[in-house]
Design a protein around this ligand. Structure first.
Ligand code: NAP
Length: 248
């Protein structure tokens, strides 16, 4: 019986690298995306061309309707869920906290906090031995921003990732006796499209040389750690938060 993983935001960036690596390791992969159908379809095509199993599912995971439909589709099309990567996340234009308005805060909290909470709940109801499941693993994609605070960029984003860190600890302890491990990765500056949302597509090129390791990271370097935390190789790790930030 194959492992089945949902990767939220699996069409681009860190999620796409994670989906490809999971498939190469034998997982049947649900590549969730919100709107960029072409990118998600390309990831699925690449996985299938390599002999793997993948399914693209369009769903906004920041609300119950999208999350319920996503997981129901996986139940029907891929089989018993064994893993979740809570990867989907957004940020908005760089600014100071005193320039943030309520509507933006609502968007950031909903996408980066409500989404991972709802997806984790849906996964626990399928994987926990408490519900008759066979166990599994959850990896949350937080950010180095949660410990740096992202001053003059996006304190709202940083705070949302702080919530992800807290959820990682709390949920890990809730389900530790139910066959589910919950861990997180905290990437630093990684070469993906997300920085364009902040208004600075070249942010990693600008800041990378000043980092202790002298460069930004690649999505594949984050995917390796995520797959480690999903796999039995990390069987005694739960509630752990792994910094992957080149020393930042
Ligand atoms: P990215 O390249 O912008 O990709 C984000 C993905 O998330 C896209 O596939 C997007 O879907 C999807 N998505 C966003 N909101 C969604 C929603 N509500 N429902 C479903 N899918 C949604 O970003 P990335 O850099 O790979 O970021 C992935 C994660 O890593 C995020 O949680 C981010 O905060 C975190 N992270 C990134 C960095 C970095 O430097 N890149 C550093 C630390 C942490 P579409 O393709 O349909 O738009």
């Amino acid at each position: 019986m194959s492992e089945v993983v949902v990767v939220t935001g699996g069409g681009r960036g860190i999620g796409a690298a994670t989906a490809r690596l999971a498939a190469a390791r034998g997982y049947a992969v649900c590549v969730n995306y919100r709107s960029d159908e072409a990118s998600a379809a390309a990831v699925v095509a690449e996985i299938e061309a390599a002999g793997g199993t993948a399914l693209a599912v369009r769903a906004d995971v920041s609300g119950t309707a999208g999350v319920e439909r996503l997981f129901a589709t996986v139940d029907a099309e891929l089989g018993v869920l064994t893993a979740l990567v809570n990867n989907a996340g957004v940020l908005e234009r760089q600014c100071r906290l005193d320039e943030l308005d309520e509507a933006r805060l609502e968007r950031i909290w909903t996408a980066n906090i409500t989404g991972p909470f709802l997806c984790a709940g849906a996964a626990v109801r399928r994987m926990s031995t408490r519900y008759g499941g066979k166990g599994g693993a959850i990896v949350n994609v937080s950010s180095a921003a949660s410990r740096l605070g992202s001053p003059n960029e996006y304190v709202d984003y940083a705070a949302s990732k702080g919530a992800v860190d807290s959820m990682t600890r709390g949920l890990a302890l809730e389900v530790a006796g139910e066959g589910i491990r919950v861990n997180a990765v905290r990437p630093g500056l990684i070469h993906t499209d997300i920085h364009a949302l902040g208004g600075e597509p070249g942010r990693v090129d600008r800041l990378g040389p000043g980092l202790p390791m002298g460069r930004g990271g690649r999505p594949e370097e984050i995917a390796e750690a995520i797959l480690f935390l999903l796999s039995p190789a990390s069987s005694y790790a739960t509630g752990a938060i792994l910094d992957l930030a080149g020393g930042r």
